[in-house]
Every structure is written in C-alpha cells, then in structure tokens.
Ligand binder design. Structure first.
Ligand code: DGJ
Length: 704
C-alpha cells in the first residue's frame, strides 16, 4: 500500500529537506559550502532524484550556482543579498556552517552558524494540512556574550526568505500598485532582465504598492497555468527585490524595512523576521487566489467564521460634523434598513471640528457629545446594532492637548524641518511609554462606552525619523509596527467581543499581518462603484471577500462626481463585506425601501460571499463578474456588472466555469432550471437592462 510521505522531511544522505503540500513539492539542498540552496518549487516530484545544485566554489561560472535560500554577501554571489551583516572588525557577510535541522510537525528549521563570528541563523519553514502555502521566516541570533566582549553586529538587511521560480521561457510579474483612492490596481507586466524593486518606505504597507506578487510564464489565465506567488506579512516599510538574470532564472528576496537602514544586534539578541508566505498552484490566478483566501481563513484571521456585519459608517454623510442628535437620527434610519453595526467616524473627540486640531485627545467633544459617547452607544445598542468608533491612535495634531503635553512623543529630528501631512504628526510607538499610553487610552474608550468595533485609521506615512534618544534609531521601523500589532492583540485579548477594522486613509495598510489581528479592512476611500470594480479585483488577488469592506454611498460620488443607480452601487458593494455610508437623511422613501430590500438580499447571499469560493469572471464588452460558490456546489451567487454599454450590443452569455457538468441548477428568482454544462460552456444570459451601470445578481441552487 503506498504511504503518504511526511509533509516535512530531511534526508541526511542527500542533505536535502523536502516540504510536500497537496499540489507542490519544495526542496532545499545544503551546498558544499554549507549554504542551503534552492532545488525545486513546483509540481510534485521525487526531490531526491534531482541533480545536486552547484555552489559558486564548484563552478567557474557564477551563473551556474543554485540560488541561496537566503542570499548572503560572501563568495561569488552578485545578486541581491537577503542577509547583509557587518561584524565589529569591519568584515561583511556571513559564511555558513550547516549545523543540522529540526523538524517539528509541519515546521522545519535549517540551523546555520557563521564559521568565524558569533552569528547563528535559523531558516524556518512551515506547511499546514490541506494547503499549498509555505510560510517562511528567519531568526538571526548574536551568539556572543557581553562578557566575551563581543560587540554588536550591524544588520543592514534581514529578509524573511528568498524565493526561486523554475526556469521558464519567459516571466511575467503581477503586482498591486495605486494611490489614495486608487488602491489595489493589478499590474501584469513582462518581467525585465533586471532587478525590480517593490517597496514601501512609508512606515505603512502602502497605497502605492503591496507586498504581494505573482509570477508566471506569461500564459497563465484565471482558470489555468502555473503561478508562483508570495505575500509578506508585514504592516510597515518593506522591500522585495525580484532578480531576473540574463541566463533565465528568477529569484526574489523580501522582508521588512527599506534600504539604507541598519540595526545593531546585541550579544544574546535574536531578530525575528515576519513571515513571507509562498504558494505554487497549477490552477491559474483564480486558483492562486482561492488558495490564498483559504490560507487567510485558516491561518491568518482571528475569527474567520464569524459573519461580517452589515455596517453603517457616518463619514461620507457628515464628515467632521458629527453630534449626538445627528448620529442618533442616522442610526434610526440605518436600523430600519437592516444594518447590524453603526460606526461613528472622525470628529467626535477633542477640538476636532476639522483635520487641523484635536487628534490625540480621545475624549468626546463636549459641543457634540455633552454626555459623552454612552448615550449614542446605548441608542445604537437599543436598536440591536453593535456600536463602533473611529480612532487614529498613532497620530496627533500639533494643535492638541496631547502634543502640548508631550511634544517629544512624535517622530521628529530636532535638526530637521518637521513634516506635517494632513496637519498631523506620527506618535513614536517604538517608545514603550507611548505604546502603553495608546493601549490604555483605547482600553478605556472601549470599556467606558461598551464599544464593539474599532475602526483603526492611520492617515499619513512616517517622515523625519531621526531621533537622538534611541540607541538604535532605525529600529523604530520595526518597533512601531510591532507595537501596533501588540496593542491590537492585547485589546482583542482583553475585550473578547471586540472587532477591529483596519484602515489607513483607505487601503493603505492591508497585509497578512494586519489581518491576523483585525476582521476586515477598509479598502479605499473611493466608493465610486465603477472604480471599485478594479480596486476589488486587485484586493481579491490575495484577500478573501469578507475582509473587504465595501460601502454603498451617495450619488453623485463625492470623489469622482459620477452618478450611478443605487442598485449598481449595491451590487458592487455586495461583493465584499457590505456597508452603507451615504447620507440616509437625504435618501427618498423609495431609495430607503430599495436599500432595505437589497440589504436583505445581501444577507441571503452573505454565507456564499463571505465563506464561499470566489471565481473572478470576465465577459464581453466590459462585463465583469464575481461568482461565489458553496464548497459543496449546492448554492451559487453571481454578481455581474457592466459599467458602460457600447454600440447598444447585448453582452454575450457569461460563462460560469465553476459550475459542474452533469448538475442542474435552479434560479430561485426566475424559477428557470439550467444545465451545468450549458452554463459552463455556453454561459448564462444575464438580461442586463439597457444603458450604463447595468448589474445583476444571479442565484443558483443545485437541483440535480
Ligand atoms: C480616512 C478613512 O479612510 C475614512 O474612511 C475616514 O475614516 C477618514 N480617514 C476620517 O478622517
């Protein structure tokens, strides 16, 4: 009887570590020079049959050498090094002695020590049942002691991992770019023979780029083709360098911090990198996304199975002009529509009547909430809704009591100009006293007001990070982010019912690390449904639909000025965690009635949208759709959108490849029964209304 090989094994005779997942094998062999080298990442095969990788010492041509699992600077290595260190005597680069390995369940550690200096590294790998995702990280330790007089080792770069794709005839890079109000735009370009750097130097994950990428040979589609993709679990500055060399090989190395930083590793100290996760799939970009979504559910989100509530947020309706009477009125209207969570946004605290003052003073603004937030919280709870509050705890206005009391708490360089963005400064959460102040302040806010939900915003990147009081100033690029993670973790632990929504001026800080301690992310301040289609398309490459907050707001849209029908706005927002953000006091009775009907419709398909399998579909003439399928094929929901109509053409039928041949499906809204093979191969007629901004929700139940 064939036996299933263990998920993680190490063959001592071959010096080879092998990780097996349902659809892939990953293999590493320790080179003659002690450095672990990459041998395979792709379809399953017997890794022990693979030829030995060369190391630079074996070869007269550096190009022959197999890539390191974490590039070091020594020897004939000329690519981007994932580990860059300088020892106290001025020598640069590690040179490894392979000390052995450790396997513990799905976890593998390759243990390395420097041949001369007191430096040890553990290259760590983890696989989980039923997943093709491989999680990797590095732990770097200064093994000297203060007594032995070992000085600090300067770490100039410590990546989580270096990844290698197999030789392909060509390489295409998919990644996400954008800006405020245009986050998560998917770019798919031929990879140049060069080093391509994806990075954030902003202290936040970034609107402009994200630490996710996918590589293929240029031929993969949504449904098929080999795709290698990786995602870094880090919410601060980061860098990923993709190196396609002239001999047709592509490696990429990535981790926290941007270039030009240095950290002093003290004797006895260990630096842990964030996880850099990788995934190979033979099932195209759609298969890759579904595998990532499953990973986010099973290994990342704190409460993946909890339904995300339909929320109402007051920001677009009221801006900073919030007060108790106005918010109660909006809460009444929202409750009537079936909303389950009411979130009070910016403007409720301190002297915050616009973005110039008050940030940092987290007590209710007396003119707006004379008796504090409790009466509003009680009013919202009285409607059976949860109560949420907006905070931006890492930031401060110069015009605030907090800044007046603690001008030294912000990131600044005394000899440099201070940069205010949105009139605000960044609190230095790398200081333990500031971290504790933020934690205690939020804890009090949640406790005193029975807060069920925090929308945690961060509206500016870091600048002016020079600081004289810290012995190791560049550490703040790590320590601030870790403090944010720690505060979120602690708040959740101390308030088990509390949920957190990640936000950073829209989608400026969405990554696997922030999702490990939040429930969903605010995707973009741009709520125009036409623009949202591409934002949501990019977001869905890595993140599942129930982490994607999407609101229905007013028309014309406040940012783009575009006018769209309510139904179209709903159908686009229903593809994620639905929210409402319009000024409900100005909606007509007909609009309110239609909204209530569409909220109810969303709740019917919520289990599929939030917990089903997602398939992105492209039709003809600008038609796109997202299909959510129950894993057991019993129920399906398709949301289809056609922003503009061209030449009066009727769109061709939309093919639904996630349906099964041999099964029949009934549309409960029309009563029609469809054949699975027909819907897969010929497609469904959507009967979209004529004109722009047409949309349709199709539900299908399997009947045989
Ligand atoms: C940026 C967020 O993305 C918005 O939703 C809103 O909360 C504002 N900040 C408030 O200042």
């Amino acid at each position: 009887m064939p036996t299933t090989p263990p998920a993680v094994s190490f063959d001592t005779d071959h010096g080879t570590a092998v990780l097996r997942t349902p659809n892939s094998v990953y293999a590493v062999r320790v080179g003659a020079d002690g450095s672990p080298r990459h041998v395979h990442w792709g379809p399953p095969l017997d890794a022990l049959e693979l030829p030995h990788p060369h190391s630079p010492a074996d070869s007269s041509f550096e190009d022959d050498a197999a890539p390191d699992e974490l590039g070091i600077q020594t020897g004939a290595r000329f690519g981007p090094a994932g580990l860059q260190v300088r020892f106290p005597d001025g020598t640069s680069g590690a040179q490894w002695h392979f000390r052995g390995h450790r396997v513990d369940g799905g976890e593998l550690r390759l243990l390395l020590t420097d041949r001369h200096y007191p430096l040890a590294a553990e290259l760590c790998y983890r696989v989980r049942p039923d997943s093709d995702v491989i999680e990797r990280w590095t732990e770097l330790t200064h093994t000297g002691t203060a007594e032995s007089d070992a000085g600090p080792i300067t770490v100039l770069r410590l990546d989580s991992a270096s990844w290698t794709a197999p030789h392909l005839p060509d390489y295409r890079l998919s990644h996400l770019v954008g800006g405020w109000a245009s986050e998560f735009q998917l770019h798919r370009d031929r990879l140049p023979v060069a080093e391509t750097v994806l990075t954030s130097r902003r202290g936040l994950t970034g609107h402009h780029a994200g630490p996710w990428l996918a590589l293929d040979d240029g031929s993969a589609t949504e449904e098929q083709g080999d795709v290698w993709s990786t995602a870094l679990a880090w919410s601060g500055s980061w860098r990923i360098t993709v190196h396609r060399d002239p001999v047709g090989r592509t490696t990429w190395t990535g981790g926290f911090g941007h270039e030009g930083l240095g950290w002093a590793l003290q004797p006895g100290e260990t630096l842990h990198t964030p996880v850099f996760a990788g995934l190979y799939t033979p099932d195209g970009f759609g298969g890759a996304s579904r595998a990532w979504h499953a990973h986010v559910r099973t290994a990342v989100l704190p409460e993946p199975d909890r339904d995300r509530p339909v929320l109402y947020n007051s920001w677009e309706a009221t801006g900073f002009a919030v007060d108790q009477a106005g918010q109660c009125r909006l809460a009444d209207l929202a409750a009537g529509l079936g909303v389950e969570l009411f979130v009070l946004d910016d403007g409720w605290f301190g002297a915050r009547t616009d973005d110039r003052a008050g940030l940092g003073d987290w007590t209710p603004r007396p003119g707006a909430f004379p008796d504090g937030l409790r009466p509003l919280a009680d009013h919202v709870h009285g409607h059976g809704m949860a109560f949420g509050v907006w905070v931006e705890p890492e930031m401060v206005n110069a015009d605030s009591d907090l800044y007046r009391a603690h001008p030294d708490w912000v990131l600044h360089a005394p000899t440099r100009d201070t940069t205010e963005l949105r009139h605000q400064l960044v609190l230095d959460l790398a200081r333990p006293d500031v971290e504790e102040w933020v934690r205690a302040t939020l804890d009090r806010l949640v406790t005193e007001n029975d807060v069920d939900w925090l929308k945690w915003d961060a509206n500016r990147p870091f600048t002016d990070t020079g600081r004289s009081v810290h012995p190791d100033p560049d550490r703040r690029w790590i320590d601030h982010t870790r403090a944010v993670h720690r505060i979120m973790d602690r708040l959740r632990a101390d308030h088990p019912g509390l949920r957190i929504e990640a936000c950073a001026g829209g989608g400026g800080r969405v990554d696997l690390a922030v999702l490990a301690r939040t429930d969903q992310a605010w995707t973009s301040d741009n709520t125009d449904p036409v623009d949202r289609i591409s934002v949501q398309h990019g977001f869905s490459q890595l993140f599942p639909a129930h982490t994607m907050a999407s609101w229905v707001t007013d028309s014309p849209n406040g940012i783009t000025g575009r006018t769209t029908p309510l139904r179209f706005r709903f159908h686009v927002a229903m593809a994620g965690a639905l929210g409402l953000g319009g000024d409900l006091t100005r909606w007509t009775p007909d609009e309110l009635a239609e909204a209530a009907r569409l909220v109810a419709e969303y709740k019917r398909i919520r289990p599929l949208v939030q917990h089903g399998l997602q398939h992105r579909l492209t039709g003809h003439d600008g038609l796109t759709a997202v299909h959510y399928a129950a894993p057991d094929d019993t129920e399906h929901a398709v949301l289809a959108w056609r922003p503009t109509t061209r030449f009066g053409h009727h769109p061709a039928p939309l093919r639904l490849p996630a349906l099964h041949t041999g099964h029949r499906y009934r549309d409960p809204d029309t009563g029609r029964v469809h054949d699975g093979a027909v819907l897969r191969n010929r497609g469904i007629d959507l009967d979209l209304p004529a004109g722009d901004h047409a949309s349709r929700l199709v539900r299908l139940h399997r009947v045989g």
